[in-house]
Design a protein around this ligand. Structure first.
Ligand SMILES: Nc1ncnc2c1ncn2[C@@H]1O[C@H](COP(=O)(O)OP(=O)(O)OP(=O)(O)O)[C@@H](O)[C@H]1O
Ligand SMILES: Nc1ncnc2c1ncn2[C@@H]1O[C@H](COP(=O)(O)OP(=O)(O)OP(=O)(O)O)[C@@H](O)[C@H]1O
Ligand SMILES: [Mg+2]
Ligand SMILES: [Mg+2]
Lengths: 161, 176, 176, 161
């Protein structure tokens, strides 16, 4: 399978509802400094359930679009990211994660609300191991992978075995 | 637990040298470099750990700390792709991994990724047993993204004060 | 001790905004961004520290952690050059500081360095009071080094198994 | 004043005696990955007295040229770096730092042996504050300068005031 497209709604620097894609087998993301490229990777990581600290935020509300510092303080704002995934057979599966005004988050597969365990179980069945994160390399992290000490390398292998 | 771990270790250490050679071979060094994994203590890997060694072509030091920035990046990518071949995930997302690479290494890494992502390898398990994957790569270097099949351009819409994107299918406009 | 510290702080915070504007202004944003230093506690700076804030053009967030990789690099260079203007050392040595910069920012930073290093500014204190300096910059990007006056090319001599260098004076072969 | 040229003898990946330069007001150092560009910056940092840990070595002997791991173990090897500095008036000053076979280091100004205090004092008189290092940015360090916390920034200012 593969990622077909993304639908972002008020996620980080993406205001309102925006559809991004279609993604091909090898897609490059380009643009000037500060345009929002890493925020796009954060959107994919967020919808897969990667924790907020890894997405340059301290709480989920930091991930909701805001024009300036004042707007950040307003309550009642919402955001979601939907990942449309194409299965090997050609049919589509939608993973959606929403940030609620309360500050929590909600998971959906297609249009059914599910809890994290079911959501994560479905991802694992597709070979997407969020905990091991062996398929995501965040900006600036690549060199540190080669400098891991022996114990850290064991830890990495443990997570995928 | 020990059995699962050793299965992963043996698979990855059997493939790391081949992938590192694919990433480091060139006209002047057709053989490429050497890379291997060692268990510090066979009986109890959980306590002592795994040592990773990569030696670029013409270099003879075993200490990874002596490698340059670009040499470390290539060694890291080789390890990452080897781990992936044991537990293949359907896609890879890489954010400016080419920042420390010179133009030659950018071309090698982009070529490797293209060979794993495009031209149908995703469907078939190729002969070496490592499967293909979809790649989404963020890069500032045109020598990287001109090997991609599609490009997502991200720009800042300063009227609205937010990000926007445009998508281009490169396969349609590539010269034959 | 307090007096010396405050003297340094006042000098640097009076110049940081001007340098940041020089590094961020462009055709579309002729005014550039905004940068300033704040003392967390006026009476006892040693205990509480200094907060640095830089806001790129069109952005309104005060939290530096929200900046992108390239935006942070530009903010860091502005701070570095401001500190230098208080205690000018005769030269600067920079190792691949342009790794996270897009082509536009590379041109701005290289242009800034050239304006501080070449064309005789080193001899004269220019009007803003910040002096010039000699620059030695390591870079992989041709859009950076084509602004230099001379180039040192480093290569690996694989017969001897060591590094060697060649020096070119660019001022002699630049087209008029 | 400015740096005119460098003379390296068996320093890191530079074998034997090599002269590098002349350096102009704005010099770019270019070359492929692993060629020895950062080692050149390490040579300048070394001759100014920057500590070995910052130069990717654990002891001074790591900074002496070796063809492979076996050669590294041999004793009796030496290395030096000489920085030829042009003063504002046009005359030249030579700073030389040598790694002795014993593992220690020796400092010279022109051809006179001096101790570290006199050597550093002379550098300070030229505006070269090695302790503050506000003029050296090592590979990969630039972004971290902008993310320093308030106390670290105070520390940085203290060193230069
Ligand atoms: N919640 C938010 N609302 C609006 N804008 C945000 C939010 N969070 C982050 N941003 C903005 O996103 C920008 C950073 O975007 P990002 O890190 O994706 O840039 P980038 O394209 O990766 O740049 P670079 O090439 O420099 O790495 C920052 O300037 C920040 O102001
Ligand atoms: N004592 C030594 N003797 C011989 N070679 C050494 C010594 N110390 C380091 N090296 C070699 O120097 C090389 C690294 O050089 P350096 O870090 O200067 O590369 P670079 O040109 O900066 O590359 P990059 O563009 O990737 O940053 C390593 O491959 C290492 O083997
Ligand atoms: Mg980024
Ligand atoms: Mg380097």
């Amino acid at each position: 399978g593969k990622i077909l497209r993304l639908e972002l709604n008020n996620f980080k620097s993406y205001k309102g509802l925006q559809t991004i894609g279609p993604f091909s087998d090898f897609t490059a993301v380009i643009g000037p400094n500060g345009a929002g490229k890493s925020n796009l990777m954060d959107a994919i990581s967020f919808v897969l359930g990667v924790r907020t600290g890894q997405l340059r935020g301290t709480q989920l509300r930091d991930l909701i679009y805001a024009f300036d510092d004042r707007e950040k303080e307003q309550s009642g704002r919402r955001a979601f990211v939907r990942l449309v995934y194409q299965l090997a057979g050609g049919s589509e599966l939608r993973f959606t994660r929403t940030i609620l005004p309360s500050g929590g988050s909600e998971y959906q597969i297609d249009s059914r609300n599910v809890n994290w365990d079911e959501y994560n179980g479905k991802l694992r069945s597709l070979g997407i191991l969020v905990k091991a994160r062996n398929f995501l390399v965040f900006q600036g992290d690549v060199e540190s992978i080669a400098s891991k000490n022996p114990k850290e390398l064991t830890g990495l292998l443990e997570q995928i075995s | 637990r020990y059995k699962l771990f050793m299965e992963a270790f043996n698979h990855i250490s059997s493939i790391i040298d081949r992938i590192y050679k694919q990433l480091t071979k060139s006209g002047t060094h057709p053989l490429g470099g050497t890379a291997y994994l060692n268990l510090e203590n066979e009986d109890d890997p959980f306590l002592h750990g795994i040592k990773y060694t990569a030696m670029p072509p013409t270099k003879r030091f075993r200490d990874m700390e002596q490698l340059s920035g670009g040499e470390k990046t290539v060694a890291a990518l080789a390890l990452l792709f080897s781990i992936h071949s044991y537990r293949p995930s359907p896609f890879f997302i890489l954010d400016e991994v080419d920042a420390a690479l010179d133009n030659l290494n950018v071309a090698k890494v982009a070529g490797f990724i293209r060979s794993k992502s495009c031209d149908g390898t995703r469907a078939s398990q190729d002969s070496e047993g490592s499967s293909g994957f979809q790649s989404i790569v963020i890069s500032l270097k045109d020598s990287f993204y001109d090997k991609a099949e599609a490009v997502v351009g991200v720009y800042r819409d300063s009227d609205k004060g937010c990000s926007s994107t445009l998508t281009f299918d490169l396969t349609k406009c590539q010269e034959s």
